[in-house]
Write a protein that binds this ligand. Structure first.
Ligand SMILES: Cc1cc2nc3c(=O)[nH]c(=O)nc-3n(C[C@H](O)[C@H](O)[C@H](O)COP(=O)(O)OP(=O)(O)OC[C@H]3O[C@@H](n4cnc5c(N)ncnc54)[C@H](O)[C@@H]3O)c2cc1C
Length: 398
């Protein structure tokens, strides 16, 4: 790590301690809109510190970091549910920012990217449909049909994260149903949420919580929803190629954020084990089960971090196409580590872990999805195995 990145990390860590962790009151955890004024105040502080939107190049107002360098920052920010939002690098905005930077026309960049970079608006990404397997999204019913200078979009989506209060969605829709390759049939189209025919039906209740704002997962209907054809991102039929592009960096961001959560949950487990007396003069920390959890947790988290940073460095050096195997490896491996570390920390806290007095139950509810979104574990494991088996002459289709 360079001195510059070391210095940035130190500043961010002390800001997390002084300004971000104090926001983590149990009663406010699910809320977004009532917490927004406090979050906005912190966001202004981050701008004033010159650390705003750290993941983007300097010409777009960011810190000009490599992916591996930003990964370290994502870990520190991931230690709190609010960290990435306060620094304007939370999903799905970070992915949309990246796509708009690389694929957006000048007009799209002025209308959609600039306000997103400035933190004036939020956005969402709308691909998954309840009627079809999201793990194989080439099968999709949503269509966008040209009508003069407009696209007319019809379809049904769900789990569109952050749609509640977002200014626009990037929507995957079939524009070229007759293309030979199923990967060349869909396009990405920018749809303002006030466009005629855009209807957010509900924020889906997920694991007992109906999140709001950026923590929401919405069900949306597009009913003869009209947008100008100039809202097409990139070429027609390039939807999957563009989605692939955002996934590689997105996985590094997510995995490093998960490692931040792991570190904090691990620290909480050690602290609890050291201080909880389970008998006269018998700390929980004296039990071998706890020793195993501490040793295995430390090894798992360190291994996960090294795998992710190694993948990030390869992307920095050779581009995302060079790491197809690694990108799948880290996705299921780090999600498994997160699942295990969180579960053990909760277990070590007993009833306190189940309560909302600590962050553990919040994370268990919110992060269980890590094993499902961006491709379920099983899909990634199959992909890894298929790639490896090719070297042994075995060629398997999906
Ligand atoms: C918290 C959360 C946030 C999300 N945010 C967004 C978002 O912002 N935008 C968006 O468009 N979508 C989002 N999604 C949707 C997500 O991308 C899909 O849930 C995911 O792609 C899986 O699709 P599915 O739910 O339809 O499951 P299915 O495709 O029906 O799969 C169900 C299960 O079947 C198994 N399975 C599937 N395929 C295989 C296979 N090839 N081999 C072995 N087993 C298999 C897996 O166990 C899988 O979990 C989000 C989901 C969650 C949980």
């Amino acid at each position: 790590m360079s001195d510059r990145v070391g210095d940035i990390l130190e500043r961010i860590s002390s800001f997390m301690e002084s300004d971000v962790y104090p926001l983590e009151e149990p009663t406010k955890r699910k809320a977004f809109f009532s917490l927004l004024p406090a979050l906005e105040e912190k966001r202004q502080k981050v701008r004033d510190m010159g650390l705003w939107t750290p993941q983007v190049p300097e010409e777009w107002g960011g810190l000009g970091l490599s992916l591996a360098e930003f990964g370290r920052i994502s870990e520190v920010l991931g230690r709190s549910p609010y960290g990435l939002f306060i620094f304007n690098c939370n999903a799905p905005d970070a992915g949309n920012i990246e796509v708009l930077m690389t694929q957006g026309s000048q007009d799209q960049q002025e209308r959609f990217l600039r306000p997103l970079l400035a933190g004036q608006v939020r956005s969402c990404f709308s691909m998954t449909e309840p009627e079809h397997a999201g793990s194989n999204p080439v099968v999709m019913s949503t269509t966008a049909v040209r009508d003069g200078d407009e696209y007319v979009i019809n379809g049904h989506k769900w789990f569109t994260t952050g749609a509640d209060g977002a200014a626009f969605a990037i929507v995957m829709a079939v524009t070229n149903p007759d293309a030979d390759s199923p990967y060349a049939r869909a396009s990405q189209i920018i749809v303002p949420t006030d466009a005629p025919g855009f209807r957010r039906i509900r924020n889906i209740s997920v694991m007992g919580e109906e999140g709001e704002g950026w923590m929401s997962h919405a069900e949306i209907v597009y009913e003869d929803c009209r947008v100008p054809r100039s809202n097409l991102l990139g070429e027609e039929g390039a939807g999957f190629a563009i989605a692939q592009e955002r996934l590689a960096t997105g996985r590094i961001h997510h995995c490093m954020r998960w490692i931040g959560i792991c570190e904090r949950a691990f620290e909480m487990m050690c602290e609890r084990a050291a201080t909880r007396q389970i008998g006269a003069g018998v700390p929980l920390a004296s039990k071998q089960t706890i020793h195993n959890w501490i040793a295995e947790g430390r090894a798992d988290i360190d291994a996960a971090r090294l795998m992710v940073l190694d993948t990030a460095r390869k992307i920095d050096r050779d581009g995302p196409d060079a790491v197809r195997l690694e990108i799948s490896l880290i996705k299921f491996f780090v999600a498994r580590v997160l699942d295990t570390v969180l579960d053990r920390s909760l277990q070590a806290h007993g009833a306190l872990g189940m309560s909302d007095d600590t962050l553990l139950s919040f994370w268990v509810r919110h992060e269980r999805g890590s094993r499902i979104y961006d491709g379920p574990d099983e899909v990634h494991k199959s992909r890894v195995a298929r790639m490896i088996l090719r070297d042994y002459g075995v060629r398997l289709s999906r």
